[in-house]
Ligand binder design. Structure first.
Ligand code: GTB
Length: 216
């Protein structure tokens, strides 16, 4: 059955692979599932056809036969459940990998997301610098704890899993901020993921969208 995901027609990140279709593309590449990408403008995302798939008018979505999904975490979880390669077979290890998926999205991503938002929306506020400091302190606390837990292991818990995949898509948003670079084992962890052939294929696919848009 053909899998179709949605992605930005023109990602505001300029091809850095920071939009959330990247995690879905990467998960599909890890498990060897081919997919099509339907590209959407910001306008099309808010039109009824897309709102029927995604109640908040966002990307990514995922369609496969009569299944339509939204929320990148739910999509990655679905892919990991259906195909070998992203969740361990052992029941306890599998549950722990799922806990890391939640940790990435619920514990580590929120202050990183809030910082990105503040940098765009709150830059002119008189309290901006103070707010930025508070957010960066929260991020450093998460990174410090994560760095201690990872130690010198390659992955968060045993073999590479969907937990690592989501965590790294979250950490990548900090690249170049200086904060991630304060934790050499986390920088190396991100680099290890970026070196995976499946990651590279996903990255190239999202970049090709932008290249086609700028030459077309
Ligand atoms: N919780 C949802 C999920 O995980 O799927 C969040 C989905 C979401 O935020 N989608 C964004 C979107 O559709 C794109 S990924 N935005 C359009 C809208 O809301 O109207 C977020 C994103 C966008 C841009 C960058 N960037 O330029 O660096 C990074 C991440």
């Amino acid at each position: 059955m053909t899998i179709t995901i949605t992605a930005f027609e023109r990602s505001p990140d300029g091809g850095k692979g920071l939009a959330r279709d990247m995690r879905v593309r990467w998960a599909l590449e890890e498990v060897g599932q081919p997919y099509d990408a339907r590209l959407l403008s910001f306008k099309a995302m808010k039109e009824p056809a897309h709102l029927a798939l995604h109640p908040f008018g966002q990307i990514p979505t995922y369609e496969e036969g009569d299944l339509a999904l939204f929320e990148s975490g739910a999509i990655v979880f679905h892919i990991a459940e259906r195909h070998a390669g992203l969740l361990p077979d052992d029941a306890n290890a599998r549950t722990r990998a799922i806990a890391w998926m939640f940790a990435a999205l619920n514990t580590v991503e929120p202050p990183i997301f809030d910082r990105d938002l503040a940098k765009v929306l709150e830059r002119d506020e008189p309290w901006y610098e103070q707010r930025l400091r508070v957010l960066e302190d929260s991020i450093r606390k998460r990174l410090g704890d994560l760095s201690s837990r990872l130690g010198d292991a390659d992955w968060l818990d045993g073999a590479f899993s969907a937990g690592d995949l989501l965590m790294v898509t979250v950490l990548r948003r900090l690249q170049g901020s200086g904060m991630l670079e304060e934790y050499p084992n986390l920088s190396a962890y991100v680099a290890r993921c970026e070196a995976r052939p499946a990651y590279k294929r996903a990255f190239d696919a999202q970049l090709a969208v932008l290249t086609a848009a700028s030459t077309g």
